[in-house]
Design a protein around this ligand. Structure first.
Ligand SMILES: Cc1cc2nc3c(=O)[nH]c(=O)nc-3n(C[C@H](O)[C@H](O)[C@H](O)COP(=O)(O)OP(=O)(O)OC[C@H]3O[C@@H](n4cnc5c(N)ncnc54)[C@H](O)[C@@H]3O)c2cc1C
Length: 561
C-alpha cells in the first residue's frame, strides 16, 4: 500500500533503474537455484524478495511513505473471476462491482494518501444477503473489509487486494421512529445527519455530531465510536447507542441491547463499539434521541496566546459548568476559517474558544454570565455572545468548515487525532509549536478542547519529495506526546492503518495479545479487516497456547477439546 506522489531527482531515477536491473538479475539467479523438487519456481519467495527491495528503494530514494499490509493471498487474487461469479449467485447482478473502473471508486477512504483496488466490491441490501456473503467468504477463507461512507480519516476502510469490500450504502432506510422509547432504529448506511432530519420537526435530535455528519454513516459511527462538538455534554456514539445487530464472519446474526438500557444477554455493545470492522458487520442500529434544548447560545472568545485559552477551558469545567460544546482554534485555523466563511472571528487572536450553553432560557442566560466572567479573568482579549440563532450558527460555521478552510491554504494536510487530559492542554500547545519548528511544517489546531481531543492539521505539499513522510513523523511525535501526557492515541477517528504501528506506545505486548484474543473469539481466521488496528497479527492458536508447567495442566476442571 503506497502513496504514489512525489518527484524523485534525476540521479535517484538513474540509481533506481540500475538497482532494478541488478536485483532482477539476482532474483532470477535465486529462482533458478531454488527450484523446488517439483521443478516449480518459488513464487512466494520471489514476491517477498521484490517487495522488500521495492520498499527499501521507495523509502530511501523516493522518500515515499509505504504502509505495510498483510501479504495478499495470490491464490485468492487468481480466483477473482470465479469469486465474482459465485457472489453473483448470492446477490443481484448489479450488487457485484467487478470492473476496474467501478472498483476504483472505492480505492481509498478519507485517508486518501493510501490507495488500493479491492478484489471486488459487493453492495448487499438485506441482512440475509449480507449474511450469505459473509458465509461464502468464511467458507472460502476470503478476507472482508466493511465500508460505510468511506469518510474514515485513519484508513479503516482501506481496501485490500485480496479482500471483498462490503459496502453498506444500500442499507439506507430508517426502520422505526419510536418517541415513546426515545429512539430510532435504523439501517447502518443511513447518514448521521439524516437521523436528526427525521425527528427534528417533532422537537428531537441525535446528539453525536461529527463534522462529517452530512456524509458519514451511523454504521461507520458505531465502528469508530465517533464524536463531535456536542459530545462533551452528551457523550460519544457509545453513550447514545441502545442496541445493535451484527453479522459475524460466519454469517450468524447477533443482537446486543435493544430499545432500552439493561437488555438481556451479554453486554457486548461496548466491545462492538469502536471495533473498526474487526469483529463483525453492523447491520442495524438503535440510537437514543434527545429533546431539543429550549435555548442554545454561544460565546466567541479571543485570546492573545494559546496557553491562556487552553487554561480557560479547564477553568470552565472546574467551575462546575459543562457546556454543550467547547471548541478551540489557533491563529492559523482562525484566519483560514474567516477567509472561507466570514464568521466574524477575531483575526488578530492567537486562539479562539467557541463555547455553547444549552438548556432552559433562564439557566442559559445565567451560565453565559458566569462563563463570560471566567473568560475575563483568564485574560480574554475579545468576547461576543450570540443573540440569535443566525448568529450562533455563524459562530459555528467557521469551526465546522475549518478542515476545508485549511485545505485552501495548503496543497495537503494530515488531520491527526489524539486525546490528552484537559489540564495538559497548555503544555501540549507549547510542545506542538516546538515540533512545528523541528519539522519545518506548519500546524493548524482545531479541536474539541472540552474533551481534550486534539485535531492538529499538519500542512505539507505531497509534491515535495519527503514532505509526506516528514508530516507523518511529525504526526507520530504528536501522538507520542499525547500518550506521554497521560492521554491516548485516538479520540474519535480510530486506529485503522494510520496509528496501527503506534499501538505499542500505548499498550504493552500483553495488552495487545489480550485484545487479539477477543478478536479471535469473533474471527479466528483473521478474515475481518486484517492489517488494521493491530501492529502485528498473531495466529489465534498461538495466542491461546497452553502453558503446562511440570506436567501440571492449569485450571484442570475446564473441559478441554
Ligand atoms: C471532513 C471530515 C470531518 C470529520 N470529522 C469527524 C468528527 O468530527 N468526529 C469523528 O468522530 N469523525 C470525524 N471524521 C471521521 C469519519 O467521518 C468518522 O470516523 C465516521 O464515523 C466514519 O463513518 P463512515 O460511514 O464514513 O465509515 P467508513 O469510513 O466507511 O469506515 C470506517 C470504519 O468503520 C468500519 N465500518 C463501516 N461501516 C461498518 C459497518 N456497518 N459495520 C462494521 N464496520 C463498519 C470500516 O471497516 C472502517 O474500519 C471526519 C471525516 C472527515 C472526512
Amino acid at each position: 500500500m503506497q502513496n504514489g506522489r512525489g518527484f524523485p531527482a534525476v540521479f535517484c531515477l538513474i540509481g533506481f533503474i540500475g538497482l532494478v536491473a541488478v536485483h532482477l538479475a539476482g532474483a532470477i539467479a535465486i529462482a533458478k537455484r531454488s527450484k523446488s523438487a517439483a521443478g516449480e519456481l518459488p513464487l512466494g519467495a520471489l514476491w517477498w524478495y521484490f517487495r522488500a527491495i521495492s520498499i527499501v528503494i521507495r523509502q530511501v530514494c523516493f522518500k515515499e511513505s509505504v504502509m505495510e499490509m498483510p501479504a495478499p493471498d495470490q491464490s485468492v487474487i487468481a480466483r477473482q473471476a470465479q469469486i465474482c461469479a459465485d457472489l453473483r449467485r448470492i446477490l443481484p447482478d448489479n450488487a457485484v462491482v467487478e470492473s476496474e473502473e467501478g472498483r476504483r471508486a472505492y480505492d481509498a477512504d478519507g485517508l486518501s494518501a493510501y490507495r488500493q483496488l479491492p478484489l471486488v466490491v459487493v453492495l448487499p441490501e438485506t441482512v440475509p444477503q449480507l449474511a450469505a456473503v459473509m458465509r461464502y467468504c468464511h467458507s472460502h477463507a476470503i478476507k472482508v473489509v466493511p465500508r460505510g461512507a468511506g469518510t474514515s480519516l485513519s484508513g479503516g476502510a482501506l481496501p485490500l487486494a485480496d479482500a471483498v469490500l462490503v459496502g453498506l450504502g444500500k442499507f439506507n432506510r430508517i426502520l422505526d421512529i419510536d418517541y415513546a422509547n426515545r429512539c430510532v432504529v435504523t439501517q447502518p448506511g443511513v447518514t448521521n445527519l439524516a437521523i436528526t432530519h427525521a425527528v427534528q420537526d417533532d422537537g428531537f435530535y441525535y446528539a453525536p455530531d461529527p463534522s462529517s455528519q452530512i456524509a458519514c454513516s451511523v454504521g461507520g459511527n458505531v465502528a469508530e465510536n465517533s464524536g463531535g462538538v456536542h459530545c462533551l455534554k452528551y457523550g460519544l456514539t457509545t453513550n447514545n447507542l441502545l442496541g445493535i445487530e451484527i453479522v459475524t464472519i460466519e454469517g450468524e446474526v447477533l443482537r446486543f441491547g435493544g430499545k432500552h438500557l439493561d437488555a438481556g444477554d451479554f453486554d457486548l455493545m461496548g466491545v462492538m463499539t469502536g471495533s473498526e470492522g474487526l469483529l463483525g458487520v453492523v447491520s442495524e442500529v438503535t440510537l437514543r434521541i434527545l429533546q431539543k434544548p429550549a435555548m442554545q447560545r454561544a460565546l466567541l472568545v479571543g485570546f492573545e496566546d494559546t496557553e491562556s485559552a487552553a487554561k480557560a477551558v479547564g477553568d470552565v469545567i472546574g467551575a462546575g459548568i459543562i457546556p454543550a460544546g467547547m471548541e478551540m482554534m489557533d491563529g492559523l485555523a482562525i484566519n483560514a476559517a474567516e477567509d472561507f466563511v466570514k464568521a466574524g472571528y477575531p483575526r488578530d487572536a492567537a486562539a479562539l474558544l467557541i463555547i455553547e450553553l444549552d438548556g432552559p432560557a433562564v439557566e442559559v442566560d445565567a451560565l453565559i454570565d458566569r462563563v463570560a466572567t471566567i473568560m475575563d479573568a483568564a485574560g480574554a482579549s475579545s468576547l461576543k455572545v450570540s443573540n440569535s440563532e443566525a448568529e450562533r450558527n455563524l459562530f459555528w460555521a467557521g469551526r465546522k468548515a475549518a478542515f476545508p478552510a485549511v485545505g485552501r491554504i495548503s496543497p495537503d494536510y494530515l488531520c491527526m487525532d489524539g486525546t490528552i487530559p484537559r489540564w495538559r492542554l497548555p503544555d501540549m500547545m507549547v510542545r506542538m509549536a516546538a515540533l512545528s519548528q523541528k519539522y519545518g511544517l506548519r500546524v493548524a489546531n482545531v479541536f474539541h478542547a472540552g474533551d481534550g481531543n486534539l485535531h492538529p492539521l499538519i500542512l505539507f505539499d505531497a509534491n515535495q519529495p519527503g514532505e509526506l513522510q516528514r508530516a507523518e513523523e511529525f504526526g507520530a511525535d504528536i501522538l507520542r506526546a499525547c500518550v506521554e501526557m497521560g492521554g491516548v492515541l485516538t479520540g474519535e477517528h480510530g486506529v485503522g492503518v494510520e496509528k496501527r504501528d503506534l499501538m505499542g506506545i500505548q499498550f504493552t505486548t500483553d495488552d495487545l495479545k489480550q485484545q487479539q484474543r477477543l478478536k479471535c473469539a469473533f474471527d479466528d481466521g483473521h478474515l475481518l479487516n486484517p492489517g488494521k488496528v493491530f501492529p502485528q497479527l498473531h495466529r489465534c492458536a498461538e495466542l491461546g497456547r497452553l502453558h503446562v508447567h511440570q506436567g501440571k495442566m492449569p485450571f484442570p476442571d475446564i473441559p478441554r477439546f
